[in-house]
Design a protein around this ligand. Structure first.
Ligand SMILES: Nc1ncnc2c1ncn2[C@@H]1O[C@H](COP(=O)(O)OP(=O)(O)OP(=O)(O)O)[C@@H](O)[C@H]1O
Ligand SMILES: [Mg+2]
Length: 332
């Protein structure tokens, strides 16, 4: 799907904003604080259903009572999103929906300036990042993750109760074991797929012989559901003392290796940039392989971090996608 235009009303600092998109590359130019990232945010909401950075109430323009997004695709399909401070609706041709209908979900590869810190971020940020990517790869992953997170929240809630009997956790343990093992398997599989392309893609950007790979770290590797369940049960006393669940895939991490050393602390800033760029190209490729849809590429302020060679490489690698780029300066 190709976006034709987007209109915003009371969205962040925009009272009214309209953008006609190019089929290939659109550039949103503007000073700091002019509302560029907000436009990408609106596109993301229209294609994925929710923002990548905030809740709806933070998005409504201060002093107003609703926000609205109107997005039109080239094939004539339209989606109108309204949030009135309480309820959000996604209006399509046939009806108003509470959530973005599946038919209207479209894959996106998003590049945020903060992604350049992915390698040195906390494990939680890396998990969030890969959760978002893997959810684009596979809707089932997303569903399993939602169920896992819901069960984890319930289990942790119960663990705040000092007089808790171990049996009270049983049904949540079952759910965590069921979805935790599935999530672990998927993460392993997806990281393997990324790794199989990572070094070659990196080399095509950096033009040298460096090696890159991602090491998926988990305590749940290869565990069957029954063993996963046992581990949760064995940790009962510890968890009760801690007040939260100490075993499971919510504690996984992804370590980037560069030339067989941990990249955080060894890869230079420029090398790190190239690793992240390679990751984005692979994401776009894998989404296309899996969904047969060309993801829309949203690049926020990416050029200010890249030298001219890498800028060219970026445009070249994404040339057959619709790309929307924000920048504070005109790009040569
Ligand atoms: N709910 C809101 N109501 C009104 N203004 C808001 C709201 N939320 C954010 N803003 C303001 O909107 C402006 C646009 O933010 P945005 O992040 O889109 O800017 P930007 O053009 O991407 O800036 P930068 O170049 O610094 O990344 C900012 O000045 C921000 O403070
Ligand atoms: Mg911005």
């Amino acid at each position: 799907m190709i976006i034709k235009s987007i209109k915003l009303i009371n969205f962040r600092n925009h009272t009214e904003y309209y953008l006609e998109c190019d089929d290939n590359t659109s550039l949103i130019l503007g000073e700091n604080g002019s509302g560029k990232t907000s436009v990408l945010e609106a596109i993301y909401i229209s294609t994925r259903g929710k923002s990548f950075r905030a809740t709806d109430s933070e998005i409504i323009k201060t002093g107003t009572e609703f926000y609205r997004i109107e997005l039109e695709y080239h094939n004539g399909e339209k989606i109108f999103i309204t949030y009135d401070g309480k309820n959000k609706n996604f209006q399509t041709l046939d009806k108003k929906n509470k959530r973005l209908p599946k038919k209207y979900k479209y894959p996106v590869v998003l590049f945020l300036p903060s992604d350049l810190n992915l390698i040195s971020h906390s494990p939680g940020r890396r998990r969030d990042y890969f959760n978002r990517v893997f959810s684009e790869f596979d809707e089932n992953y997303n569903q399993n993750l939602l169920k896992y997170e819901k069960s984890l929240k319930q289990r942790n809630e119960l663990l705040k109760n000092d007089n808790l009997a171990p049996e009270a956790l049983f049904s949540w343990n079952l759910m965590l074991a069921k979805y935790g093992t599935k999530i672990c398997e998927d993460r392993q599989k997806f990281i393997q797929e990324i790794n199989s392309k990572l070094t070659t893609t990196y080399r095509s950007i950096a033009e040298n012989d460096d090696e890159v790979n991602i090491d998926y770290r988990t305590e749940a590797k290869g565990l069957l559901e029954t063993k996963y369940l046992q581990n949760l049960e064995m940790n009962f006393k510890k968890d009760l003392y801690l007040g939260h669940t100490s075993f499971g895939v919510h504690r996984d991490d992804y370590i980037f290796n560069f030339n067989y050393k941990i990249a955080d602390g060894s890869a230079s800033r420029g090398e790190t940039r190239s690793i992240i760029l390679a990751l984005k190209f692979i994401e776009a490729n894998l989404i296309y392989e899996k969904q047969h849809k060309k993801p829309i590429i949203l690049l926020d302020d990416v050029f200010s971090e890249l030298d001219p060679i890498r800028r060219k490489c970026l445009i070249k690698n994404f040339h057959d996608h619709q790309v929307i780029i924000t920048s504070v300066e005109a790009i040569a």
